[in-house]
Design a protein around this ligand. Structure first.
Ligand code: DP6
Length: 377
């Protein structure tokens, strides 16, 4: 008997157990190939601090990027019975990548209760990024999202009657178990993650396409990523999240994150770029303020990060263009501006900001449309 899958109403509260299959699949394929490209994302309201089970302390929202993405191919083969845990080999840009092993081991362990049919399979995972490996750009969001989308395709093949909304939510749910921000890399151009009373359908368990009115200007946003420091970060994001646990400002910060989502709703609706700029920059500086006031404290910005920020402020003051910066957990600067300001901003970046980048490197990106299936059988 094929198991029955619930179709969830828009606002229905979901729990992790809703993502456990109702019964074993009728047929398990012997082998196959799955492949997805998933985008990176840049948070406007930041996820910084989490609870047990990879759940966020406050909701976050991000632009999905277009050019920065991970492409992953997963080949699977049935090699054992239902009691054998899934096994895998991982290659990055065509070479064995043992340094990814631990993260993917943990990922499989976390998702197995929700995809028990993975047992008995051996996986060969081939992954590559569209952006330079040594750019200092984290690939965990796009990487975990691409892998989750592949495994969700396998689930969809085993349970063909799945509701498309359930498939979308579960892809994000699985990605989240790999890396929190990955839950925002399985959807469209603006993705919200985290339960919030003003955002219908929102949940701590998965990201959703921002469901409220969005002025079209936000779909045109450009993100020029200035590569200030291409080295390995001295404190990982996961460790940084951990330091929010006993952080003296944690409670205020989590409340602020929630309030900022409320603040963004009218900004998004009305296309209020002045308010957008103020909110996005304050959010970036708050993230780094949390790092600087953690115990132990640390600084991920470099002198060049500050030089760039000061020049953006000066440019905005003199030119009045709606250009702003945001930062993730590193020294690189994301310069955000609507496409209509490109003519003014692009030369400014080239003349005034690029000299501060390592080897004068930048990545020109923009708001993208979400992940793409590359292959599947
Ligand atoms: C600063 O998602 O990388 O980019 O859940 O531990 O994998 P883990 O952390 P991660 O944290 C991202 C933090 C951030 C802000 C954001 O993307 O919201």
């Amino acid at each position: 008997m094929p198991c029955q899958w619930p179709i969830f109403a828009e606002n229905q509260h979901m729990s992790p157990s809703d993502f456990i299959p109702g019964g074993p699949p009728e047929v398990l394929p012997e082998s196959g190939t799955l492949s997805w490209q998933a985008p990176s994302n840049i948070a406007l309201v930041k996820y910084w601090g989490k609870k047990q089970g990879q759940l966020p302390m406050n909701p976050s929202v991000s632009f999905t990027l277009d050019a920065c993405a991970t492409r992953t191919e997963v080949r699977y083969k049935k090699v054992g019975g239902a009691s054998a845990p899934p096994s895998f080999e991982i290659a990055f840009e065509g070479r064995p990548a043992p340094h990814f092993r631990k993260k993917i081991d943990v990922f499989f362990e976390r998702i197995l209760p929700y995809q028990p049919f993975l047992s008995g399979y051996a996986f060969e995972i081939d992954t590559e990024n569209t952006f330079p490996h040594s750019s200092g750009i984290a690939s965990s969001a796009s990487g975990m999202a691409a892998l989750a989308l592949c495994l969700m395709d396998l689930e969809h093949a085993l349970y063909p009657g799945l509701d498309p909304q359930y498939v979308a939510r579960k892809a994000s749910f699985l990605a989240r178990l790999g890396s929190g921000s990955a839950s925002r890399s399985t959807g469209g151009s603006l993705v919200h993650w985290g339960a919030h009373g003003s955002v219908p359908g929102s949940s701590d368990l998965f990201g959703i396409d921002f469901p409220l009115e969005l002025d079209p200007v936000f779909r045109t946003f450009q993100d020029t990523i200035l590569l200030v420091d291409k080295g390995q970060k001295q404190v990982s994001s996961t460790a940084g999240h951990g330091l929010m646990q006993d952080h003296p400002y944690a409670k205020a910060r989590f409340g602020q994150g929630r309030n900022r989502i409320d603040g963004l709703i009218p900004i998004f609706r009305e296309g209020d770029l002045q308010a957008f700029v103020a909110m996005v920059e304050s959010e970036a500086l708050t993230l780094h303020a949390m790092m600087m006031t953690s115990q132990p404290y640390y600084i991920l910005m470099k002198p060049a990060t500050l030089q760039i920020i000061l020049r953006i402020w000066e440019f905005r003051r003199t030119e009045g263009a709606p250009v702003c910066f945001t930062l993730d957990a590193g020294a690189n600067v994301h310069v955000l501006y609507p496409a209509s300001s490109r003519e003014k901003v692009v030369p400014f970046i080239a003349d005034a900001l690029l000299p501060f980048c390592e080897d004068g490197q930048q990545i020109s990106d923009q708001v993208g449309a979400g992940p793409v299936r590359l292959k599947g059988d």
